[in-house]
Design a protein around this ligand. Structure first.
Ligand code: FES
Ligand SMILES: [Fe+2]
Length: 338
């Protein structure tokens, strides 16, 4: 369920040192990221063609990367430009290069056909670098398949149970008892849900509108809006209009498949700028970290149980609707590539 003609999140741009190459693995492919002399990123296969040593143990030299085993120097396109001890450089001495770009403070890598590259397919994550929000971010490595994390994010009914002490705390299981509105998009699904009479940590009681897009290959952009109690009554779905002033919290998240049974989860949490912004973000981030530790505990345990009974199928329930629709879209995109 991973179309290759898609942009995958490889790193937080700000976490990325200038001097050192960095190893990442996406869809089982080892990749080395490094910056050239202008700070511009390059991404190459992390495997020197000479003796298959990792180039991520190499050294950045200007716009190039030197393998620190026997010293072959590669340019940002992956071509060998210097071979110690010989003048002749075989044409075949090269590694694959990957298109890489930075958008919304994330480093994105195109894993597919270089001829099909399309920057318009980078999901919109404007909150990540918008001056309107105060954001904080993090990253979690999972010993679990990216599929399981995507399924978790596509079905927030679990907030009532996994997160009964964090995100979903309430006596009446408001998340699992409020079915979402789900629509299919070209590259994913849009999910919205009213939580009526929700009590915020700041003491307010509101009708809370939670809405997010979940897009291939595992990118989530979500906002929560606060409306006066009673707003949701009589509405068939989304509020007629949402304004920046109504935003309570915002988040962008990405699930990157690393290899079989391993994934990397990039997340952020933000609040609108304004009074007490630091305190509001502190409170939100604290509960976010608690909730994501709860998810990790459950999903990694689930992965272990799945491994005990290979081939055993899941039994769907109504809450899986968004997951089913998303997987249908992802499979369709994958099929088009074949
Ligand atoms: S393994 Fe890279 S130069 Fe020998
Ligand atoms: Fe969760």
């Amino acid at each position: 369920m991973y179309p290759r003609n898609a942009w995958y999140v490889a790193a937080w741009d700000v976490e990325f040192a200038r001097e050192k190459p960095e190893a990442v693995v996406i869809l089982g492919e080892p990749i080395v990221l490094f910056r050239d002399s202008q700070g511009k990123l390059a991404a190459l296969e992390d495997r020197c063609p000479h003796k298959l040593a990792p180039l991520s143990l190499g050294r950045c030299e200007g716009d190039r990367l030197r393998c620190m085993y026997h010293g072959i120097l590669f340019d940002r396109k992956g071509r060998a430009v210097e071979v110690p001890g010989q003048d002749m450089i075989p044409h075949s001495l090269s590694v694959r290069s990957y298109p890489v770009t930075v958008r919304g403070t994330w480093v994105w890598i195109w894993m597919g056909d270089a001829e099909k590259i399309d920057e318009a397919l980078i999901p919109e994550t404007e909150a990540l670098d918008s001056p309107n929000y105060l954001m904080r971010h993090g990253m979690i490595d999972y010993d679990a398949s990216a599929h399981l994390i995507c399924e978790n994010l596509l079905d927030l009914s679990h907030l009532s149970f996994v997160h009964e002490n964090s995100f979903g705390s309430s006596a009446n299981h408001e998340w699992s008892n409020s079915p979402p509105f789900v629509t299919t998009l070209d590259r994913g699904v849009r999910i919205g849900r009213w939580i009526r009479n929700r009590r915020y940590r700041d003491g307010r009681t509101v009708d809370h509108w939670n809405t997010y897009d979940f897009l291939v290959p595992g990118i989530l952009t979500m906002a929560g809006y606060a409306f006066p109690v009673g707003t949701a009554d009589g509405l068939e779905g989304a509020p007629e209009a949402v304004a920046q002033d109504d935003v309570y919290s915002i988040t962008c998240q990405a699930v990157t498949p690393v290899s079989e049974g391993k994934a990397r989860y990039f997340f952020s949490a933000g609040v609108p700028r304004g009074t007490d912004e630091e305190a509001r973000l502190e409170q939100l981030f604290k509960v976010t970290l608690q909730a994501f530790a709860e998810d990790k505990m459950m999903i990694e345990a689930q992965q272990k149980v799945i491994a005990q009974v290979p081939g055993r199928n899941f039994h769907p329930i109504g809450a899986d609707r968004a997951t089913t629709l998303y997987q249908r879209v992802a499979r369709k995109l994958e099929k088009i590539e074949r």
